[in-house]
Design a protein around this ligand. Structure first.
Ligand code: FBP
Ligand code: MG
Ligand code: MG
Length: 323
């Protein structure tokens, strides 16, 4: 089976980017081990602290964040980091060529129930002009991403990654420690019968989303003329892995509870990297009124509504917004 390195070289990734990705994945392998130790290592449960998002931090959120920060800082490839768990940008190496944004542990509410969690990351070029701790350098649209992916800490530890030449799935060979290519050039089926949304928020959605989901639930007795299935993992990384693997539509839409926070998911750490992977696999990713990868970030912790997955199903969902 092909090793990660050779696929990255085949896809034309420059050597320094390959070395950065290998460094980042070494951090993810350490996270995978800590996660698998669970209660044995006393890493479960919450801390008293809150992150900049106003969310109570899990011990594993902070541990994962520290592992990635340390390994990337000392690599020399990274000029600065932005993290879901860091209030501000973390300056690294003044000569670093890349910026890395990450959600160190996605699916935090799953950590204490031994359910799917993962790490999501995206990499862009570091502008020459930037000072290492200058947040404005991160305010680039997702179209500027040079590499993005996630590591899913599940029954097997899997990596989904793209450097702009298709989305490939790799499986961690825990006997030798390498990520081996197990599904090259994955494609998201254009149609689907499966949707993922947290329906408990239904009363807070905008009317087009309420109508779209109502019609999904009506199945073959309604205007869609076919039955649908529903899944909700509680971790974006798990839901998107399913969508990449067999199709589907995933949505965390605009929520009227707090118009200042247009959605729960973060543009830099979740929406952009996942949109990059989905689009590279032939899917679509929208905020409900614009392509996610074209959103110009205003600040590093910006949140956006997210609707992504099977191209035709996303288009059908968008058609409800145009009515
Ligand atoms: O608990 P809810 O409201 O269903 O939200 C689940 C969503 O929240 C998240 O867990 C947010 O990510 P974090 O766990 O990294 O904060 C997503 O992974 C997931 O899709
Ligand atoms: Mg997350
Ligand atoms: Mg997180």
């Amino acid at each position: 089976m092909k090793r990660l390195n050779s696929q990255l070289q085949e896809d034309g990734a420059p050597m320094e980017l390959i070395l950065l990705i290998r460094t980042l994945l070494a951090g993810c392998k350490e996270i995978s081990f800590r996660v698998s130790q669970g209660a044995l290592a006393g890493v479960l449960g919450s801390l008293l602290s809150e992150n900049v998002q106003g969310e109570t931090q899990k011990k594993l959120d902070v541990i994962s964040n520290q592992i990635l920060k340390d390994i990337l800082k000392e690599s020399g490839y990274v000029k600065a980091i932005s993290s879901e768990e860091e209030d501000d940008v973390v300056g690294c190496h003044p000569e670093g060529k890349y910026l890395v944004s990450f959600d160190p542990l996605d699916g935090s509410s799953n950590t204490d129930i031994n359910s799917l969690i993962g790490t999501i990351f995206s990499i862009t070029h570091a502008p020459q002009w930037m000072e290492p701790d200058d947040p404005s350098a991160f305010l680039q649209p997702g179209t500027q991403i040079v590499a993005a992916g996630y590591v899913l800490y599940g029954p097997s530890t899997m990596l989904a990654m793209s450097t702009g030449r298709g989305t490939h799935l790799y499986t961690l060979d825990k006997t030798h420690g390498g990520f081996l290519l197990t599904k090259p050039n994955i494609t998201v089926p254009e149609q689907t019968k499966e949707f993922a949304i947290n329906s408990s928020n239904q009363r807070h959605w905008e009317e087009p989303m309420q109508k779209y989901v109502t019609d999904l639930l009506l199945g073959d007795e309604g205007p869609r003329g076919k039955n649908f299935n529903m899944r909700w993992v509680g971790a974006m990384v798990g839901d998107i892995h399913r969508v990449l693997s067999r199709g589907g539509i995933f949505a965390y839409p605009f929520d009227q509870r707090n118009p200042k926070i247009p959605g729960k998911l973060r543009l830099l750490y979740e929406a952009n990297p996942m949109s990059f992977l989905i689009e590279q696999a032939g899917g679509a990713a929208s905020t409900g009124d614009t392509r996610i990868l074209e959103v110009m970030p205003r600040e590093i912790h910006q949140r956006v509504p997210v609707i992504m997955g099977s191209k035709e199903e996303v288009e059908t969902c968008m058609s409800y917004y145009e009515k």
